[in-house]
Structures are given as C-alpha cells and as structure tokens.
Design a protein around this ligand. Sequence first.
Ligand SMILES: Nc1ncnc2c1ncn2[C@@H]1O[C@H](COP(=O)(O)OP(=O)(O)OP(=O)(O)O)[C@@H](O)[C@H]1O
Length: 281
Amino acid sequence: MLQVNNLNVSLDTLILAKNMSFSLQPGKVNVIIGPNGTGKSTLLKTLFGDIQAKSGDISFFDETLHPKQLSHWRKQFGYMPQDIRLDVELSVLEVVLLGQLDALSLRLDDSLIEQALSALETIGLLHLANRSVNKLSGGQCQMILFAQALMRNPKILMLDEPVSALDLHFQHVLLDHLDQQTKQQGWVTLMVLHDLNLAAQYADNLLVLKEGHVVESGHPSDILTPQLVEQVYGVKAEISKDSQGIPFVRTIRQGKQAQPLSAESQQHTSSNSSKGVERAL
Ligand SMILES: Nc1ncnc2c1ncn2[C@@H]1O[C@H](COP(=O)(O)OP(=O)(O)OP(=O)(O)O)[C@@H](O)[C@H]1O
C-alpha cells in the first residue's frame, strides 16, 4: 500500500498540500480530479521524489521515501508525465526500450526487445516500431510513452493526464489495458484525469483535490454529486446513472437562459401553442 501521511508541499509562496493524508491499495485504479493549478501534477512529482515535501511521510509497504535513496525508490515506479513531446532522434522501439534503462547495455538482450515489441503490440502500435518519434502525432507520442511506462514492470504506476491527446478509441485502449493490468499485476495505479465521465468509468477510488486538500475520496458512485462538482469547479451539473450504474455527469451551460420572445412570436405562442410557452420558460 502507498501511504501518504500529513504531507505539506509548497512551491515558492504557493501551498499545494496541507497536511494531506491518504492511502492507495494495490490492484486499484485511483484517479485524481481537481481544478487547474490545484497541485495534481505537483503531488505526483512529490510521490516520485522530484519535488521534496516540507514535511510528512510517503511510504510504500515498509519502505519510506528518503531524498538520499531516490534511485531505489524510483525503480518501483512507472511514471508518465503530462508533457508528451518527444523531440529526439530515436525510433519508437528505442524510446520504449528506455523504460528499461537500468537493464540496457551495449548489447541488447533479445528478451528486452521482445518485451518492447509486445508492449507496442498490446496497444495496437506495433507498426510504428521503426518510425522516428519526432515525426509522430501528439496522440501517438502519448501512446508510446504509455508503452514505455509499461516496460518498467512497475509496482506503482502514475500517469498525468494520460489520455489528453487521444481519440475515443485510444482512450479506451489505454484505460482498459491499465485497468486490466492493475488488477492482474496488483499495481498501485494513480492517474490524473480531467474528464469526469472517464474518471467515473475507470476509477475504483476517486481523490478530489482542491486548495491543498483531498476534499472527498471514495468510489465515484458514492461521492460524485452535483454539489461536489459545483463546490470543486463552480459549475452546475446534473448526474444520472447509466445502464451499468456508473455516474454520468452532464454540465449545465452557464448564463444560458431562455431569450425573451419577440412580440410577434409571443402572440403566436399565446394563441396557438402551449409547447412554445414551455420552450420560452
Ligand atoms: N516549479 C514551480 N515553481 C513554482 N510554482 C510552480 C512550479 N511548478 C508548478 N507551479 C505552480 O504550482 C501550481 C500547481 O501546479 P500543478 O501543475 O501541480 O497543477 P495541476 O493541478 O496539475 O494543474 P493542471 O490541471 O492545470 O495541469 C500552479 O499554480 C503552478 O503554476
């Protein structure tokens, strides 16, 4: 279990975690949602050891994150950052292989190449293996970085907005594979998403972040309410359940009020139609 206790994180004058505590269980997909700039990426970087907390503890089973033992700590992680640019003269296969940087030497082990090709095949992008990454589309780069994170055989997998550049098909390829592997391999998976409906579909546990606090956490069916959406985003929403009982969030356009009818159409509706009156209301 990944355990965070009384975490305090600041960047310059910004306080991004205030005595934050939570625990993440193996075999569960944990999804962080929250407003822009609230500190979601900062939290992932802190868990990875890129940003040092002011105080608090982060531990994974019996190991505690210590700034002097970062390399051992990070070996347990697959981490897919928000930035998906791949501006290097490397092939797709080479970039995926970099996920196993520690195991690489001058002579490439066949099993590593097979593992990288298999990661690409799993996500349906084997045909790109020999392409240069700096000629890929944004969505293709994002999928390649996902394959690279899988190559690490992680115990903890963190993904920062992993579907931001993906079309509907690849959103589901990535998230279905993530969900299946998290459960099969017992990974602790933690990802940031902005799309509340994808979060509701894929999260076993939702962590709602705002102003340095986890304001709510739990299964989406239990915690996603119009009140929560308005409290966190300042947006009104209706939430229904789909045929599988998964919450479906539909936001209501702000300032979209019925326009007053012209005198001509008012006459028309009052004399001829009650439907028109309903529409005007
Ligand atoms: N290195 C830094 N130094 C100072 N401030 C930073 C640094 N990195 C990020 N910030 C600030 O910290 C705040 C939180 O940033 P972060 O990227 O963690 O937010 P986020 O919740 O992931 O946002 P988004 O949803 O927009 O990606 C922002 O106000 C950002 O400007």
